[in-house]
Ligand binder design. Structure first.
Ligand code: PDD
Length: 289
């Protein structure tokens, strides 16, 4: 992104350098807001309705009303990605409870939300790079108990991810009361004896859009899928481990806590589902040509 890049702020499209908000914005003072990250392939927003539904669920969970209709969001986000139709973008959307006249923990009676969106180029790893797999460590989940909300308060997530980076690992897989829930910025799947397992949706994990799509595609592929809690031991005993997100898609974990998973190779089921996911994306691009 450059200072010239067009962003959306409170009803206006303007250069990034001119997009300014108040220092009294509750997003800045209290991390009082929510966000979304939506991929756009060649100018077409992927799984847009699912992202908008989750955005509105997050708003409702923090006691905010929808700030725009779905059609208004579609118009804004489409306009934002249109100039970048030659590339793949990730669209970042943030809504905060806006600025009050003074700093006060109590919720304002009649807030004027701050609505911001921007896009940046994403380069999704190609199959060969992805097939090398990533390394991860397990860490206790130090975050709050409302992880189903896509809150902009990401200090827990970023400090956990940094602990993984400090150990030359890509991701941290988080544990709560002896169960693995998700990654610091991704959802978790394991494969055991041919069965694909992911933790059920709960307050301890983000209901990932990629997670849901993978379940849909894996079922279509005839893979036995189950939403079930994954104990720490089951994680270590897994045949395959994957971490998923809109921007990273399906990352095979080939090393966990310095131990090789599946002889440090992505597994058979990963190959199957990953290529189905790519095919689905390809069809999406073609249908929207
Ligand atoms: N994060 N869990 C957490 C904690 C996440 O931050 C994310 C994605 C996911 C996967 O959700 P989805 O499949 O809808 O992208 C799960 C985004 C990409 C981010 O914060 O940039």
């Amino acid at each position: 992104m450059t200072s010239e890049s067009t962003v959306f702020l409170n009803g206006e499209f303007l250069p990034l350098a001119d997009a300014k908000i108040s220092v009294l914005d509750r997003g800045f003072l209290f991390a009082d807001g929510i966000y979304e990250v939506i991929p756009a392939y060649q100018g077409q927003l992927f799984r847009l309705q699912q992202h908008l539904d989750r955005l509105n669920n997050s708003l409702s969970a923090i006691r905010m009303s929808p700030v725009m209709s779905d059609q208004q969001w579609i118009d804004v986000l489409t306009k934002l990605v249109e100039p970048h139709a030659q590339t793949d973008q990730s669209v970042y959307v943030q809504v905060t409870r806006g600025a009050s006249s003074h700093r006060d923990h109590s919720l304002p009676d009649d807030p004027t939300p701050t609505i911001f969106a921007m896009c940046q180029t994403i380069v999704v790893d190609n199959l060969n790079t992805l097939a090398k797999g990533i390394s991860a460590i397990t860490l206790d989940d130090i975050r709050w108990d409302w992880c189903h909300i896509k809150s902009i308060a990401l200090l827990g997530n970023i400090l956990l991810k940094q602990q993984a980076s400090d150990q030359q690992c890509t991701e941290a897989i988080l544990l709560r009361d002896g169960f693995a829930t998700e990654g610091s910025a991704s959802n978790l799947f394991i494969v055991k004896n041919g069965q694909l397992i992911t933790p059920p949706k709960s307050h301890y994990l983000l209901p990932g859009i990629t997670r849901d799509l993978i379940l849909e595609l894996a079922i279509e592929e005839g893979i036995d899928c189950v939403e079930r809690e994954i104990s720490e031991q089951q994680l270590y005993d897994a045949d395959e481990i994957w971490l998923t997100s809109s921007t990273k898609e399906i990352m095979p974990v080939t090393e966990l806590n310095e131990q090789a998973i599946n002889n440090a190779q992505p597994g058979e089921i990963w190959h199957k589902v990953s290529s189905r996911y790519r095919q689905f994306k390809q069809q999406f691009r073609q249908n929207n040509d």
